[in-house]
Design a protein around this ligand. Structure first.
Ligand code: BES
Ligand code: MN
Ligand code: ZN
Length: 496
């Protein structure tokens, strides 16, 4: 999709459709007033007929405007004028783009950035238009014979006044980088496990590296990992015919001496559970077990696209988890890169086994902070559902920064405790620790396990098991937590 800023008056715009907002109680936004005046009261007429009350999320598409240059007007309800929250603003945007889908409209001018939104400036509002619209038109048609998508929209312009152009342009640039990163994450995640293998993910990383000269990509092969002593990671991939990869991307946007922000993403391209085999129902969704890894690749790409003045390292351990004669067996004991030994009581708790060696590996970058993201536990869905991602970590400052980033990016987090008392659930009679903690507090014990490999840096863990994809009739990847991570990096850039 092509995104731009328009500064001409709404009634003069040459687009297939012009999107304007109205409020409850017959109040119109400035652009709605302009269009209403130039169409001899069309919008107020529709409202007084009772076809549109202005409630948030309502839309009416006027697809013929007599005696006018204007082709179509989409009128969007914004709710009560005094209290347009960020959430309701995004809801209205989602309704707007839903109203354009399944129509022949190819170009639209969106005049919704002029509306006052609580705690939001024009940059934020412009960025949201790009993000919400782009999210809605995404469709995975790559492997269908008929590649036509529902939406015909090619071109979206966001209107702004000339004196605020630079603010709008900044929001547009951020929105485009984040939207491209979300698209990439969704695409990689929606690809099936037989296409999106560890090798495929590594190839995609190399492609990203080719497009940005400040990104260097290096892929560690199985032999490299053997040499390093990544016994935990390699114990998972041993049960698969696909060779594992440890993908590293370094984005050098900051000072040579500034410590990098390290992002680690679980890249399990298919999780059948291994010998502790998962039940069949819904197992296809375990192709999404690489969503964390895809989000890391995409976030590093976005950092480069936005030329953020930071150093960012992305690490993606990629493997499959399958049952096999050579796979981990319950009770097996493996030695991690850190030297700590792990009793694999359940081979389905494989994410932590590949992440722990990657956390240890991250030490060599002398990180400022390390953030890992993983579709780690079904228990996270039980605790939090599909609304926020779970957050756990060893540093309050970092956790609070991430919560704030999540709030402003509409990609929320909820923190769970990582208290000492939970650590004893990981006790093993035969090794330094077990890889599971029993049936209680599964998200917390998984994070407890990881915390033992994150003692030497500030660290946060995002459990994205409930947020990385949707299940049911709209099954598909969401691209989360890319918006949150991008916002965190943008905020960190402002401090740099
Ligand atoms: N990838 C899964 C977690 C998962 C399950 C995410 C369902 C989303 C939906 C992970 O590897 C896993 O299997 N975890 C186990 C851990 C258990 C064995 C302690 C789980 O959650 O059941
Ligand atoms: Mn598993
Ligand atoms: Zn898994």
């Amino acid at each position: 999709m092509d995104y731009s800023i328009e500064t001409a008056a709404p009634e003069t715009l040459q687009y297939d459709c012009i999107i304007v907002g109205v409020y409850q109680d017959m109040q119109l936004s400035p652009s709605a007033i302009a269009l209403n005046d130039s169409t001899r009261g069309l919008i107020t007429a529709i409202m007084s007929h009772g076809d549109l009350s202005g409630k948030n999320g309502e839309t009416v598409l006027i697809n013929f405007v007599p005696d006018s240059q204007i082709e179509r007007i989409l009128v969007v309800g914004l709710g009560k004028k005094e209290i347009l929250s960020q959430k309701n603003y995004r809801k209205a945007l989602a309704a707007a783009i839903a109203g354009l889908k399944k129509t022949p409209i190819q170009s639209a001018a969106c005049c919704l950035a002029e509306c006052d939104v609580a705690k939001a400036d024009l940059q934020w509002k412009t960025r949201q238009i790009v993000e919400v619209f782009n999210d809605a038109v995404y469709q995975f048609v790559h492997l269908k014979s008929d590649k036509e998508t529902e939406s015909k929209l090619q071109k979206v312009a966001v209107t702004a006044s000339e004196d605020q152009r630079s603010l709008a342009e900044a929001g547009l640039a951020q929105g485009q980088a984040i939207a491209a990163a979300v698209d990439l994450t969704k695409f990689l995640a929606d690809l099936p496990g037989n296409v999106c293998t560890p090798t495929y993910l590594a190839e995609q990383a190399v492609e990203i590296g080719k497009k940005h000269d400040k990104i260097t990509v290096h892929v560690l092969e199985e032999s490299d990992m053997k040499e390093l002593g990544m016994g935990s990671l390699l114990s998972v991939s041993r049960g698969s015919r696909q060779p594992p990869k440890l993908i590293t991307l370094e984005y050098h946007g900051g000072d040579k001496n500034s410590k990098p922000i390290v992002l680690i993403g679980k890249g399990l391209t298919f999780d059948a559970g291994g010998i502790s085999l998962k039940p069949g129902l819904g197992m296809d969704e375990m192709k999404y077990d690489m969503c964390g890894g895809a989000a890391v690749l995409a976030t590093v790409q976005a950092a480069a696209q936005l030329q953020l003045p930071l150093n960012v390292v992305g690490l993606v351990p990629a493997s499959e988890n399958l049952p096999d004669g050579n796979a981990n067996k319950p009770g097996d004991i493996v030695t991690s890169l850190s030297g700590k030994t792990i009793e694999v009581l359940n081979t389905d708790a494989e994410g932590r086994l590949i992440l722990c060696d990657t956390l240890t590996y991250a030490e060599r970058y002398h990180p400022d902070v390390v953030i890992d993201l993983a579709t780690l536990t079904g228990a996270c869905l039980v605790a939090l559902g599909r609304v926020p991602s779970g957050l756990l970590g060893n540093d309050d400052g970092l956790c609070n920064d991430l919560i704030a980033a999540g709030e402003s990016a509409s990609d929320s987090l909820w923190r769970l405790p990582l208290w000492e008392e939970y650590q004893e659930l990981l006790k093993s009679n035969f090794a330094d620790m077990a890889n599971i903690g029993g049936k209680d507090a599964g998200t917390i014990t998984a994070a407890c396990f990881l915390s033992r490999f994150a003692e030497n840096f500030r660290w946060a863990h995002l459990d994205i098991a409930g947020t990385a994809w949707r299940t049911g009739p709209t099954k598909g990847a969401t691209g989360r937590p890319v918006p949150l991570l991008c916002q965190y990096l943008i905020s960190r850039s402002a401090q740099a």
